[in-house]
Design a protein around this ligand. Structure first.
Ligand code: PFF
Length: 454
């Protein structure tokens, strides 16, 4: 049995950053920032990412590197036979559901890329883009095929293994993503009237903030960092003891914030410059951006570049979701990797079919008042991910000794006791309390409490 491991420190950081940066930062962030108050939302998201996301990320890294095991076995090793072993299974199931609908959006990007290259996105009216988007996603044949293609790429890369597949691909994709984004931002901020958009994103107006947008910012911080599902446990299990864990976590956080900032700077100046609405919702990127780009010189070319980068980002996140599953079911026996990647990838594709059809033939099929896509998204983002994060934040202080935690954190790093204690107590108290606030919102209790006191 050959053990997987990362070849270089930077390879690990780029792969983990690749898992973090995806649809969350590029697709979800601008639209919830757009509806959630712009600059004020961004600021709160930053605070949550640094104060709550960072300790969880470091915590998952410690569990992974300490045990050197997959997400399911890691918890079993630390707390054998206990309730806590549910955390790893929960993470695997969450990633399974998440990838099943994530790949639907991945498929939309592929279709848009194809349409942009064909030139069919040129010169439509603003409404025309909205209609085109709705027509595209309602058509089962192409969307299913594109979703299949997205999964196929993920399978091929994950089957190649951690070092040759995920690490090499991330090393090329992540820097490319930065470069392409910089081009877009330069293009976008040089538009007439772009200042409005920059102000919208960077100047906080707290009067626009609602309790709901604060809670969205919290959920978004977990989602974009891929924490709470033990993907980062799995990635860290391939690490040598020489990696500086807090430094890796902070690099990933800084890259993640930077990409969300770049996404905002690429999108909002364009939106304002052309008199479009920042709160267009989930369709913002797909229905609004083509309009923004079509008004630019070389617009189609820029849009194609944007879509490519968008696809890269979504793929590197998909790799991590499939990897956690492959690692947990092969118990890292590499001889089973290829077969398992195919079996699991195809199963995830099949499970994702109803989500894909939710925008077409199954649009009237509702469960708990939601389409299947929305139900899956809701379950993952509002229930399973915060639940996983909550359990991890309880598990670490309750089941791992402080000395063991410090020893693991200090390996490969020169962090002092002060940093360790701040990390430990924030994880022990601040993180669970904040997550419970999210749950109160999901259950509607937050509104109830607000009403009670107003
Ligand atoms: N962080 C990814 C994104 O922002 O798109 C989503 C994600 C990937 C969540 C992997 C969870 C995960 F395990």
């Amino acid at each position: 049995m050959s053990q997987e491991h990362w070849k270089s420190k930077i390879g690990f950081i780029l792969a983990a950053a690749g898992s973090a940066i995806g649809l969350g930062a590029i697709w979800k962030f601008p639209y919830i920032a757009g509806t959630g108050g712009g600059g004020a939302f961004f600021l709160i998201f930053l605070l949550f990412t640094v104060i709550l996301g960072a300790p969880l990320l470091i915590g998952e890294f410690i569990i992974g590197r300490r045990t050197k095991l997959d997400a399911v076995s890691a918890y079993q090793k630390i707390a054998p036979g206990s309730f806590w072993t549910v955390i790893g299974r929960l993470g695997v199931v969450t990633c399974f559901i998440l990838l099943s609908f994530y790949s639907v959006i991945g498929g939309w990007i592929i279709i848009y890329l194809f349409e942009a290259i064909r030139g069919s996105l040129d010169g439509l009216s603003q409404d025309g883009y909205g209609t085109l988007f709705n027509d595209i996603i309602a058509n089962p044949g192409p969307t299913l095929f594109a979703q299949f293609l997205f999964m196929l790429i993920a399978i091929l890369v994950v089957a190649k293994g951690v070092q040759k597949g995920i690490e090499v691909t991330s090393k090329i994709m992540m820097p490319a993503l930065f470069l392409l984004f910089l081009v877009l931002v330069i293009r976008s901020v040089s538009l007439d009237g772009s200042m409005e958009g920059i102000k919208f994103l960077l100047v906080p107006d707290f009067s626009k903030l609602t309790s709901e947008s604060v809670l969205f910012a919290l959920g978004q911080a977990f989602f974009t960092l891929s924490v709470g599902v033990s993907v980062m446990v799995t990635y860290a299990s391939y690490l040598p003891k020489t990696q500086h864990l807090p430094q890796a976590a902070f690099s990933i956080i800084i890259i993640n914030i930077f990409v969300a900032l770049l996404a905002g700077l690429a999108i909002f100046p364009g939106v304002f410059s052309f008199g479009l609405e920042p709160d267009a919702g989930p369709v913002l990127i797909f229905a609004v951006l083509p309009a923004v780009f079509s008004n630019m010189q070389f617009g189609t070319l820029f849009f194609i570049i944007f879509l490519l980068l968008f696809l890269f980002a979504a793929l590197t996140s998909a790799f991590s979701m499939l990897e956690i599953f492959v690692a947990a079911t092969t118990k890292k026996d590499n001889t089973k990797r290829t077969k398992r990647s195919w079996q699991l990838g195809m199963l995830i594709f099949l499970v994702g079919i109803p989500s894909c059809l939710s925008y077409g033939v199954l649009s009237d099929f509702l469960l708990f008042d939601k389409t299947i896509f929305d139900l899956f998204d809701y379950t993952v983002s509002n229930i399973l991910m915060p639940l996983g994060a909550l359990l991890i934040s309880l598990f670490i202080p309750l089941r791992m000794s402080k000395s063991m935690l410090y020893e693991e954190m200090a390996l490969g790093s020169n962090v002092g006791k002060v940093f360790f204690h701040i990390w430990y107590y924030v994880l022990k108290y601040v993180t669970p309390i904040a997550i419970i606030i999210v749950f109160l919102d999901v259950l509607g209790l937050w509104d109830f409490i607000f009403d009670l006191f107003s």
